[in-house]
Design a protein around this ligand. Structure first.
Ligand code: HAM
Length: 412
């Protein structure tokens, strides 16, 4: 027998039974974003490689190691998009959106690609819902966006979510701070773990995450970036926090929050679901006030986030019962001589916008009831000699109905 193919490493198929929860996530986000005035944009799945090199940052892991890059027939270097922000800023400039009323609020969703080491929750093709508000530096924008992401996750019923919040200030503040932190760590080098000591130059912030007792003591007294923000950045951050408090959001201040993309300035945030393992980040984002200019546009402040659909779906799988048990529509159960009537009825229901299905495999009535349950029908409509019975698949209640009025019956 010929060898069978498998989906490429780090990718997966979404099977019909896994699709409803994903659609539900996309629908909840779409509703919330529309209600908040965000317009949907679609950009290509691949872009010029330089857009990401310049946009995401040459020194990031994403650009250094994780891009799926290829040459087209004309020798141009193209890359499958690893994220949406750079593409959306490119589109903002390409279509002259800076002349529209600011900020321009945009969102998108779809597949993204990063050549990462695959593990549970980390894939080479994954799905994001992304929102961007371009053209305003108001702390209201940061707060609006964080509240929106928070409310989408809450509406979906994702449990054990933690929101971490920080501010990075400007690149100049950040690099001065990292120098200060390196000198501080060197001044207490003999108290640090070997691992942290070896990374003072490459990644001094890592020291804040250490479990090693000596290192923890040193870090308790270490300077933090939040203490080094300049006055304008500190005021901006205070205002964002005040607005989040006013809107009833719980968050943890995390002065060590770093994100894997270079473009962030000021506010950064990450939503984590504690039920997931190592890959617990279900969404994140922040302000990126210099990116549009870096991409050749005028100085334009902006802010955005992306939610990870695959990880949210994993988190919901681990949420007990509740909102995921969503039955929908009608399954028509019919004896052999009622089959034609069943199809006519299903057709009528479908034309009226009702989810409706019927047996297509000559099952006995008992098997059809099982199938009604399996497909997740809310009701079974049992067509018998001269009568029709509507059975509520959740409660088991049954009542006689007029088959011509099923759509109205189930709408009540
Ligand atoms: P990010 O933190 O790189 O941010 O990705 C956002 C979310 O996408 C993550 O929290 C995670 O849920 C999901 N994600 C990322 N990589 C993978 C992967 N390999 N497998 C599964 N899920 C993944 C961004 O992409 C920024 N563009 C967000 C943003 C928008 N910042 C400003 N505007």
């Amino acid at each position: 027998m010929a060898e069978k193919f498998k989906a490429p490493r780090g990718t997966f198929d979404v099977l019909p039974e896994q699709e409803p929860v994903r659609s539900w996530i996309h629908d909840a986000a779409r509703r919330a974003l529309r209600a908040a005035g965000y317009g949907r944009i679609e950009t290509p799945v691949f872009e010029d490689t330089d857009l990401f090199a310049r946009g995401v940052g040459e020194s990031t892991d994403i650009v250094q190691k994780q891009m799926f890059t290829f040459e087209d027939q004309g020798g141009r270097s193209l890359t499958l998009r690893p994220e949406a922000t750079a593409s959306i800023c490119r589109a903002y400039l390409e279509h002259g959106m800076q002349t529209r009323a600011q900020p321009v609020k945009l969102w998108t969703d779809g597949p993204f690609f990063r050549h990462e080491r695959p593990q549970a929750g980390r894939y080479r093709q994954f799905t994001q819902i992304d929102a961007e508000a371009i053209g305003s530096d108001s702390p209201l924008v940061d707060a609006e966006m964080i509240v929106l992401a928070n409310d989408i996750l809450a509406e979906l019923g994702v449990e054990d979510v933690r929101l971490r919040l920080g501010s990075l200030g400007t690149p100049a503040t950040r690099s001065a701070y990292l120098d200060e932190l390196r000198s501080y760590l060197r001044s207490r080098e003999n108290e640090l773990s070997d691992d942290v000591r070896g990374r003072i130059d490459a990644n001094p912030l890592r020291a804040f995450d250490a479990d090693h007792e000596g290192t923890r003591k040193v870090m308790d007294e270490a300077p933090t970036l939040l203490e080094r923000l300049d006055e304008a950045d500190a005021d901006h951050f205070d205002e964002v926090r005040h607005l989040l408090d006013q809107n009833g959001l719980n968050y943890e201040l995390d002065p060590t929050l770093v994100r894997g993309l270079d473009y962030y300035t000021r506010t950064v945030f990450e939503f984590e679901c504690k039920r997931l393992g190592a890959q617990s980040g279900i969404g994140g984002g922040g302000r990126y006030d210099a990116l549009v200019e870096q991409l050749g546009g005028p100085a334009t402040p902006a802010c955005g986030w992306a939610l990870g659909v695959d990880r949210i779906a994993l988190a919901l799988e681990q949420t007990e019962g509740g909102k995921l048990e969503r039955r929908d529509g009608v399954f028509v159960v019919a004896e052999a001589d009622e089959r034609q009537r069943a199809l006519a009825l299903v057709t009528r229901l479908r034309r009226a916008g009702v989810t409706a299905d019927l047996d297509l495999s000559d099952r006995a009535t008992k098997g059809q009831m099982k199938q009604a349950d399996r497909v997740g029908a809310r009701y079974a409509l049992i067509l018998g000699k001269g009568k029709a019975t509507l059975r509520d698949m959740t409660s088991g209640d049954e009542r006689q109905v007029d088959p011509a009025r099923v759509a109205e019956e189930i709408a009540d």
